[in-house]
Design a protein around this ligand. Structure first.
Ligand code: SF4
Length: 188
């Protein structure tokens, strides 16, 4: 199986999730958010096709990493390949974060027709979800760019069938209440 990547794997990141992480930059994103930092990752024909087994071989060589982060691009556009890689990384003791422009609720809806979405979700520990919204950009948001985005505990969310936000990342002082509303089960 192949995966289309925007760049070579990037090790030792401390800004793409907790701990020291290796980022997998997937190629292809349908969301086209205004102010996106990586517009070169939008093109579904861009980047380079790489065999999933090659990515797993690179994972074998990693040292001193706490986990893998899928970013992009939108990793859910290549859920099957990402799921295989995530499964392999987990078997090596690495935890899994993923960034997506979809909201958790949208992924659950998509998963009804595309089982690979659910397969990938099941391999993820923490999901940072939602489009980047330029007007809601904030430097107070840890591990995300705008206040509408949330840092989600995926295992708990799948169990409860609604997004369960990780409390320490909820912006309690923000005037944008979307984070808090989602914690109360209100889809915004
Ligand atoms: S979802 Fe992420 S990669 Fe895609 S356009 Fe929005 S900010 Fe850029």
């Amino acid at each position: 199986m192949k995966i289309r990547l925007a760049a070579y794997l990037q090790s030792d990141s401390i800004v793409d999730g907790e701990g020291i992480r290796t980022v997998i930059w997937t190629q292809g994103c349908p969301h086209h958010c205004l102010g996106c930092h990586n517009p070169e990752t939008w093109d579904f024909d861009g980047g380079a096709l790489v065999d999933v087994s090659e990515v797993c071989e690179i994972i074998d060589t990693l040292e001193g990493q706490d986990g893998i982060t899928f970013s992009g691009g939108d990793p859910f556009m290549q859920a099957k390949a990402c799921s295989e890689i995530a499964k392999y990384a987990r078997s090596k003791g690495l935890n899994i974060w993923a960034y997506t422009g979809y909201y958790f609720d949208e992924l659950m809806h998509l998963a009804e027709k595309k089982p690979e979405i659910m397969d990938f979700l099941r391999e993820i520990d923490v999901l940072v979800d939602g489009r980047f919204i330029l007007e809601k950009k904030s430097f107070s948001c840890i591990f995300r760019g705008s206040t509408n985005q949330s840092v989600i505990d995926v295992k708990q969310s799948l169990k409860k069938k609604k997004p369960v936000l990780i409390d320490k990342y909820i912006l309690k002082e923000s005037s944008d209440t979307s984070n808090r509303k989602r914690q109360e089960g209100i889809f915004v």
